[in-house]
Ligand binder design. Structure first.
Ligand code: K2U
Ligand code: ZN
Length: 166
């Protein structure tokens, strides 16, 4: 089922996710719900933190055809190099996009939804998205990288929007 996505500055977005000890049927059900929620948003990535489940799980599909789903359980970046600036958005900060600097190429180790370990090297949008989602798992939101002035303007805009939404 489609889950609710927490909106910035909800304090629950600041919680740190716990490692998943065993990939159980419940974890696989959560992954399915996260995948459905991501495609429905639509987004190219989603972290469990954003649906208020504080476990180290992210789902990503950066393909144009929306048919290259990647599931990362207990992801860890084992190598990072270079630097790239990329325009980022976030389903938890709707309507706001800004440039963030991140590593250009990364190697990530994780388990898939069967609990099988794998290693993946990525660059481009996939590398940006993996780093963006892994930030969510430690309570970071991409707006944390912006200048205080930009963040203040964004907060005013979000508050106004949330007031109108009632
Ligand atoms: O974490 C999220 O809210 C998912 C983001 C993932 C993302 C962040 C930065 C750069 C690429 C992906 C959402 O997909 S935001 C919507 C979006 C879609 C395509 C490109 C940029 C942002
Ligand atoms: Zn995000």
């Amino acid at each position: 089922m489609v889950l609710d996505i927490l909106e910035y500055p909800d304090p629950r977005l600041r919680k740190t996710a716990a490692t998943v000890p065993v990939v159980t049927a419940d974890i696989r059900k959560l992954v399915r719900d996260m995948v459905e929620t991501m495609y429905a948003a639509p987004g190219v990535g989603l972290s469990a933190t954003q649906v208020d489940v504080h476990k180290r799980i992210i789902v990503i599909d950066v393909s144009v055809a929306r048919d290259e789903l990647k599931v990362f359980i207990n992801p860890e970046i084992v190598a990072a190099e270079g630097e790239a600036q990329c325009e980022e958005g976030c389903l938890s900060v709707p309507g706001y996009y800004d440039t963030v600097r991140r590593a250009a190429r990364i190697t990530v180790r994780a388990q898939d939804e069967r609990g099988e370990p794998f290693e993946l090297s990525a660059d481009g949008t996939l590398a940006v998205c993996i780093q963006h989602e892994m930030d969510h798992l430690v309570g970071k939101v991409f707006v944390d990288y912006l200048s205080p002035l930009k963040r203040a303007r964004l907060m005013a805009k979000m508050r106004k929007k949330q007031r109108i939404a009632g």
